[in-house]
Ligand binder design. Structure first.
Ligand code: PLP
Length: 394
């Protein structure tokens, strides 16, 4: 019989430190209450304002709010008009949502390996995976580090491929003066609770073209040509028209109410995560673990995930043992990610082998994400540092 280990965290000072806990302040609370008092809970003026503010922040002319980044990715791929059997190249070191969106758009995902240092999709590996069915590339700006967009966009233009950027980690990410999400046909962002700013659940599609975003909005609301807000305004009754089979992916005003105020504080939160990042770098410099590579020149890393590499050959501790130990120390951690071919569904359906993308396999088996939320106090950061050392037996 399998033994079940039940143990209390030994962290005595405080409660268990939850990984990715968001910072929510009074302005969000007041704005949500105000939405509830007006009775306008669904998609309305606050969503419109959040879209406008977000567009201004990332420097993308148009944006469409939706109820998750998963929805944003799905809508973007459908809006590209890809056909069954079309291949979309992405990274194996990502959340399953990136790959599921490709599958639900009716396309075939193809995995390129990652660069061992940046952990981002390797442009040379993208080239190796191109076939005559390849139609798009879906790069993920992993942990908040920008993918190398120049070679990726060069490959795309040489082969006539579309590009959808998964910016779930990358709201603040900049590459050569431009925000992540503004290079491809579409950029998709997440406001899930653990992300750099949050709306509970929520996402955004950005694009340079007004028609492209209008199409995304129609697809995101049942395929109806006019949205509910306009239909019931005092301009008079207007019949809606269903122009294609859409989805139900719209953001609510009570979500946007949170997002509007989170976005105002994005720079403060970013600076706080930079301080925590630097404290970890200094504390771990001499430990037998791998640390995040320095940020590339001419880029800004969004500091979404601080990932250490626990290699048993280097530090004598298995990664999974480390996860158990640090959790027992009262520190919540994450794994971003076991590589996609580790998941049974994809292995069975696509026949992917772990050795086809060896860098992602190795990273996925060594990586641990430490808490990096702007909510952490200096005492929390000190506790994380202490817990890392103890979990390594130091
Ligand atoms: C969180 C995440 C998503 C999905 O975001 P949701 O808003 O939760 O749907 C997609 N891709 C990556 C890389 C993520 O980390």
């Amino acid at each position: 019989m399998q033994q079940v280990i039940v143990s209390m965290p030994v962290r005595t000072k405080d409660k268990f430190l939850i990984f990715g806990s968001p910072r929510i302040e009074q302005d969000e609370i007041d704005e949500v209450v105000a939405s509830m008092e007006t009775g306008w809970l669904g998609t309305g003026p606050k969503v419109a304002r959040f879209e406008k503010d977000f567009s201004a922040y990332v420097g993308a002319p148009y944006s469409a709010a939706c109820n998750s980044c998963t929805a944003a990715l799905h809508l973007s791929l459908v809006a590209l008009g890809l056909e069954p059997g079309d291949e979309v190249i992405t990274t194996p070191l990502t959340f399953c949502a990136s790959v599921n969106a490709i599958i639900h758009a009716g396309c075939t995902p193809v995995l390129a390996d990652v660069d061992p240092l940046t952990q981002n999709i390797d442009p040379a590996s993208i080239r190796d995976k191109i076939t005559d069915r390849t139609r798009a590339i879906l790069p993920v700006h992993f942990a908040g580090r920008s993918c190398d967009m120049d070679p990726i966009m060069d490959i795309a233009s040489e082969h006539g491929l579309k590009v959808v950027e998964d910016c779930a980690h990358a709201i603040e990410t900049i590459y050569k003066g431009r925000h992540a999400g503004t290079f491809g046909d579409f950029g998709c962002f997440s406001f899930y609770v653990t992300k750099n700013i949050c709306t509970g659940e929520g996402g955004m599609v950005v694009a340079a073209g007004e028609d492209a975003i209008r199409h995304v909005k129609v697809l995101g609301l049942h395929g109806m040509s006019a949205d509910a807000w306009k239909r019931f305004s005092d301009e008079g009754y207007k019949h809606y028209q269903v122009v294609e089979a859409g989805f139900k992916y719209n953001m609510m005003d009570i979500q946007a109410a949170i997002g509007i105020h989170q976005l105002k504080r994005i720079d403060d939160y970013f600076l706080r995560r930079c301080e925590i990042w630097d404290a970890y770098n200094a504390a771990f410099a001499d430990l037998p673990i791998g640390l995040p590579a320095p940020e590339e020149p001419n880029t800004r890393h969004a500091r979404h995930l601080y990932t250490i590499m626990v290699d048993p050959e280097q530090c004598g501790v298995e990664r999974d043992d480390f996860l158990v130990r640090i959790t027992r120390e009262g520190i919540g951690v994450g794994v971003h990610y076991m590589s996609i071919p580790e998941q049974p569904y994809y292995r069975d359906r696509f026949g992917w082998e772990l050795e086809d993308t060896p860098n992602a396999t190795r990273l996925g088996r060594q990586t641990v994400s430490l808490p990096l939320s702007a909510k952490l106090t200096d005492a929390d950061v000190a506790d994380v540092i202490e817990a890392v050392k103890r979990s390594l037996g130091l």
